[in-house]
Design a protein around this ligand. Sequence first.
Ligand code: IPM
Ligand code: MG
Length: 362
Amino acid sequence: MKCNIVCIPGDGIGPEIVTQAKNVLETVGRVFGHTFEMQDVLMGGASIDAYGEPLTDETIEIAKAADAVLMGSIGGNTATSPWYKLPPQKRPEAGLLRIRKALNLFANLRPAVLYEELAEACPLKAEVRGGGFDIMIMRELTGGLYFGKRETVTENGKRKAIDTLTYSEDEIRRIAIKGFEIARKRKGKVTSVDKANVLDSSRLWRSVVEEVAKSYPDVTLEHMLVDNCAMQLVRDPKQFDVILTENMFGDILSDEASMVTGSIGMLASASLNDTKFGLYEPSHGSAPDIAGKDIANPIATILSASMMLRYTFDLDKEADAIEQAVHDVLKAGYRTADIMSEGFNQIGCKEIGRLICEKIRS
Ligand code: IPM
Ligand code: MG
């Protein structure tokens, strides 16, 4: 198979972790007989430095013409980087939001899995984590508060900021359908998370999700308020299968869920539209403080590449091989700094990438 992939290394640790994911893809290509054509483009701070804007129209066109996009991370230190002196729509994150919208990537899948090998990195007590957990966070990605009208005005000499949270029933319906479809292939449970005791957008969310649920009688639906969900994730994460939620709640809960698994450095994500196209990126940020030191964990990006093989290219066997290689390397006792605990062997970004490639070849 020939696959046309656009890579966005991005900022901070982005280039290091994407390099390792590209090596893994090349290895899979050689072992299984596929050609992964990979072309790098700039986004975020790197694009600001080169073109004066975080995402150019040309980059959007290149991404649209590809089969899939593999991304590292974008952004810098918000306190010190000159990128954050620019107007908000010129900052690195604006590029990410814009590409999600331009490619209509409304469904963001963020799996939070507790790896057996990493049980000791999980901050929860043994009796809480039990035999591990496997949660799929399905986050709506192109609506809500992050895409509403926003402004800062001055009234009677005082500044006032306004952000708008809007959801249409169509936006809710299409993500809910994705959530139920995924749940059907997993344990068959959807927890829809909202703040329906306060927000109108959440009340509409709840009622549309209930309408969609009628077509999935084999899937159990429960509703949970977002504040309760934040608590339940650390109290009893095993209760969850698919968490279906709106943009901002999903942003926050997915970071929390990732920490519960031991490290945000392990969590992949896929952002999908209603075709096979997808943008794949780790759930974590660009960690500018550790950039260039060869200590970042590339596993989330490598697992994002594996999600790409599964969801965009239907290459399940190849995706399994990547995931198995990650497990094997962890089982063999190798750890990057973020998942290190006593008695294990601490190695860097390049070395863990190399070991994963070696396992795929063996
Ligand atoms: C994420 C990030 C982004 C988001 C930021 C960088 C805009 O936090 O992918 O979770 O909030 O979506
Ligand atoms: Mg986030």
